[in-house]
Ligand binder design. Structure first.
Ligand code: AMP
Ligand code: ZN
Length: 676
């Protein structure tokens, strides 16, 4: 591409910055994305290129400043001009009523409360000068915290520039969503690292990284709820303050409620005690705040906490049960993980009978033994964990648990690699690892081959029908019929699904191969950039590192993977068996050239499609620049209704949205084209 003049580049950079910041705002603050990843990625890359050509164009609020990279020796201290207060806890309805009584007595009449969720993360304080984010700090002891500006810049829900050029200090909570916590721990288990006890520790650990690049990959989020000084804002109540914060670009929590009586407050508390496990983030209670600022001032503070607020803490949910057995499973990368098999017990709304014990160190540290009585709880309110052993209840004949020394499947000796806490089976021919690899290969985000569950795959492997992923493509019907419960029809379906997967665009294959650290998003970016498996196999580390969001770890892993002779044999085998090895998806650079009725449209698929699977239809429409979402709203442009479409169709009709049948959709897909 021709290089732009400085002036043009400047203008273009500004447009890109604004758009990218808007997309990020919609995605991370409003939870309502307006564009697909690749649109963002493309514009982001364009901005990176401009800033590389003209470093003077880099501004403090450029999204490129969010990737992290500065490595610190330590954190500087930050003295908070206005200390961060803590909250007085209440643990029961009686204590809550007593709080209300105190308030009413001091004020002389009843007051309304703003009830908010107590997010279980870390307090942060963010300073803005003329609308620009200049400093972020931890709470510390309330008066002195640590400067974690570089790390907080990587948190995408924190605006780098406010919608108004104000100089303010905002406070709130930084947390890790439950789903990210689960994913992170799973990855850490696979990598043989210590796991985090709960989302709060994970968030704390992520914010205390000296290398902000690590924080950038941790997917943290925020809810802001107060200011050090409300001076510059027109708010007279907490409720208004939250609206003002939202208006300035901050992420605020929408679950709050204004309550006029303490009974209403209690209803709110009970409702969220119920709903807690369904929230995407962990809460440890409810914060009840006198809504009116004047009344807050009247009530004032004690030494450490406001008299106008109380934090109701949920009672800890724990249950007692017995460890019946410890099961060891071998993962795709050879890590073996212990799971406690327990007598079933009710815990926070569900019956639990299994808890991950993570690794052998964990068992030894807690001295967990068979037949021990233990206390279990849910970490981050989601994952059953063993809190501790109740030693008084230990049977007299109890002995320390013996950690296995050999793989439960292939019997080869287990090892600790480097400093890893994980035990690994390093036998590359370990059947358990190969089976896991096959499962991964057929999974939805990989080759998406229906009908091949873990049991079928395990049988195929055990019966020597399949030794590696390429063998799937040589299977014959007679062979499938030798498997348990596979009849004529299901055999045909399986073969059809396998055959269909030959045509997948190569990012599915790249992900399916199970190259360490290469998730489905990385696979897409690699596929798009290199265009084929062949090209990727020859890629140099540097070229990979330069790509958007690719770190050294991924690059190293890819390069090492393709250094293996056997991988090249596998590639050849796949090619010989007719598996597509090139990128077919739309290159983002071609997106502008798309001519399609789906371009820029929001589409909802509902009902049964006959010609396409939902997945396929979604992929096609997205490749044509459309956005496929799950629910019908005023923003929906087109609803494609297959057979037996239900409530979504009714809703679409009531909103007067265009409804197409499958044939119309297919016609539109076929009529679309991309200029070469
Ligand atoms: P604690 O740490 O139990 O004393 O509770 C006080 C902490 O609760 C504050 O420092 C905040 O970090 C946290 N918190 C979480 N959500 C809120 C909220 N909505 N309002 C005020 N504080 C909150
Ligand atoms: Zn093994």
């Amino acid at each position: 591409m021709e290089q732009l003049s400085f002036q043009d580049a400047q203008q273009r950079a500004e447009t890109l910055r604004n758009e990218l910041n808007r997309y990020a705002y919609e995605y991370y603050v409003k939870d309502n994305p307006s564009v697909e990843d690749y649109v963002y990625d493309k514009q982001y890359q364009e901005l990176v290129n401009l800033e590389t050509d003209y470093p003077d164009l880099i501004t403090a609020d450029s999204p490129t400043q969010r990737v992290g990279g500065k490595v610190l020796d330590g954190f500087e201290k930050v003295v908070h001009d206005t200390p961060l207060y803590s909250l007085n806890d209440v643990f029961s309805k009686d204590e809550l009523i007593a709080f209300d009584e105190r308030v009413k007595k001091a004020i002389g009449h009843s007051v309304s409360y703003c009830c908010e969720l107590k997010i279980d993360g870390l307090s942060i304080s963010l300073k803005y000068e003329n609308g620009l984010f200049i400093q972020g700090a931890t709470r510390g002891d309330g008066s002195v915290g640590e400067n974690i500006t570089e790390n907080l810049k990587t948190v995408k829900s924190i605006p780098l520039r406010l919608t108004e050029p104000l100089s303010i200090e905002v406070r709130g909570e930084c947390y890790m969503p439950k789903s990210s916590f689960v994913k992170l721990n799973k990855q850490r288990e696979e990598d043989g690292k210590e796991i985090f006890a709960n989302p709060r520790n994970a968030a704390a650990g992520s914010l205390r990284q000296l290398d902000s690049k690590v924080t950038a990959h941790r997917n943290l989020s925020t809810f802001l709820y107060t200011l050090a000084d409300f001076g510059p804002l027109e708010a007279t109540t907490q409720d208004q303050a939250l609206n003002e914060l939202a208006r300035l670009g901050f992420r605020t929590n929408d679950e709050r409620k204004l309550c006029n009586t303490i009974d209403e407050v209690w209803e709110y508390i009970e409702a969220f005690h119920e709903k807690r496990s369904q929230l995407p983030y962990d809460i440890d209670g409810i914060v009840v705040k006198v809504n009116d600022f004047d009344l807050q001032d009247q009530l004032g503070f004690t030494v450490k906490a406001p008299r106008w607020a109380a934090a109701y803490k949920f009672p800890p949910e724990e249950a007692e049960t017995i460890i019946e057995d410890i099961e060891w499973t071998v993962g795709r990368t050879g890590v073996i993980t212990p799971t406690a098999i327990m007598s079933p017990v009710r815990l926070a709304g569900t019956t639990v009978s299994r808890a991950s014990l993570h690794n052998s160190d964990y068992i030894e540290k807690k001295d967990i033994r068979l037949k021990d009585t233990v206390l279990v709880y849910k970490a981050g309110d989601i994952i059953p964990e063993v809190a501790q052993v109740i030693e008084e209840k230990r049977p007299a004949e109890s002995e320390p648990y013996e950690i296995p020394t050999h793989c439960p499947i292939c019997d080869s000796e287990l090892v600790h690699l480097d400093e890893e806490v994980a035990l690994r089976c390093i036998n590359p021919k370990c059947p358990a690892q190969i089976k896991e690899g096959l499962n991964h290969f057929v999974s939805r985000n990989a080759m998406n081959i229906d009908g091949l569950g873990p049991r079928v795959l395990a049988q195929m492997y055990d019966k020597h029908l399949v030794g590696d992923v390429a063998d799937l493509y040589g299977l014959e019907k007679e062979q499938l019929l030798t498997l348990d419960k596979i009849k004529d029809k299901s055999a045909e379906n399986i073969l059809q699904a396998i055959d269909a997967s030959r045509d997948n665009s190569v990012e599915r294959l790249i992900f399916g191969l199970g190259i360490r650290h290469v998730g489905s998003k990385a696979a897409r970016i690699l596929a798009e950039h290199f265009g084929s498996l062949e090209a990727l196999s020859r890629a140099e580390k540097d070229e990979i590192v330069e790509l958007n969001t690719m770190g050294e770890t991924i690059a190293d892993s890819v390069v090492t993977y393709f250094e293996n002779e056997e991988v090249h044999d596998l590639m050849k085998e796949l090619a010989d068996r007719g598996v597509n090895l090139v990128y077919k998806g739309l290159r983002t650079s071609q997106l502008e050239e798309v001519e399609s009725p789906f371009k820029g449209k929001t589409v909802v698929l509902t009902g049964k499609l006959l010609e396409y699977t939902r997945e396929d239809a979604k992929e096609k429409i997205e490749n044509l620049g459309g956005k496929v979402t799950g629910s019908v709203s005023k923003k929906t442009d087109i609803v494609v209704a297959g057979e037996d479409a239900g409530s979504k169709l009714t809703k679409a009709e009531s909103l007067g949205i265009d409804v197409w049948n499958e044939a119309q959709m297919i016609q539109a897909i076929e009529a679309s084209h991309i200029e070469e």
